[in-house]
Design a binder for this molecule. Structure first.
Ligand SMILES: CC(C)(COP(=O)(O)OP(=O)(O)OC[C@H]1O[C@@H](n2cnc3c(N)ncnc32)[C@H](O)[C@@H]1OP(=O)(O)O)[C@@H](O)C(=O)NCCC(=O)NCCS
Length: 176
């Protein structure tokens, strides 16, 4: 099955399917405000949005996964924030989330981004190279368990001179 799943850039025609997919994926998640689908809508209108970094997983003409990376700053450095990533419940644990993450990283590195941060499951993201952001001297702008706020270097030593508090796109803090 995995080989027939394609990862590609999201198109406008996908927006409705992506909205429903995110809503469904987060429905039963404990650490969720159940607003992730609206967050993605807001972020598409943000200056932090890079359409090349909104990716979907497609299987038999159906959107089954989505990932979004938006620009986030630490001082003058422009990094990326991964949020959210979602896979439809019936297709989870098949490596699709992993493919969205690794293919997103590859594309982001090609676009010149030096690093990415994520707030999420401390057992999941380290599989793809994330480490505690505090190890790089990067802090979250809010209280968060240290092991859940993570960062990855997208190019060698990409985070070497990056220190400080991450500034997310303002759309993360707006409500619908
Ligand atoms: C998190 C999510 C995107 C992962 O996608 P996926 O395609 O199911 O994951 P993969 O197949 O790439 O990876 C599966 C691994 O992730 C682990 N995993 C999946 N969901 C997890 C979770 N919520 N917490 C911790 N680990 C999780 C699985 O146990 C599995 O581990 P294993 O490889 O050791 O067996 C997907 O489960 C999802 O959409 N969840 C609901 C929305 C969500 O929580 N998004 C992330 C917000 S931080």
């Amino acid at each position: 099955m995995n080989h027939s799943i394609i990862i590609r850039e999201e198109k406008e025609a996908d927006y409705n399917q992506v909205y429903k997919l995110i809503e469904t994926a987060f429905l039963t998640m404990e650490h969720s405000d159940h607003d992730e689908q609206n967050l993605v809508n807001r972020l598409r209108g943000s200056k932090a949005f890079r359409p090349e970094l909104s990716l979907v997983a497609e299987y038999e003409n159906r959107i089954i996964g989505h990932i979004l990376f938006t620009e986030a700053k630490v001082g003058n450095h422009i990094l990326l924030a991964l949020a959210p990533v979602a896979v439809i419940p019936e297709m989870q644990n098949n490596g699709i989330g992993g493919r969205l993450i690794t293919e997103g990283h590859k594309k982001a590195g090609e676009l010149g981004y030096k690093g990415c941060i994520v707030l999420g499951h401390a057992q999941y993201y380290p599989k793809f190279g994330y480490k505690k952001a505090s190890m790089y001297g990067i802090q979250a702008p809010f209280e968060v368990p240290d092991e859940c706020f993570m960062a990855i270097e997208l190019v060698e030593n990409g985070l070497e001179n990056v220190r400080g508090t991450i500034e997310y796109a303002k759309e993360f803090f707006e409500i619908n």
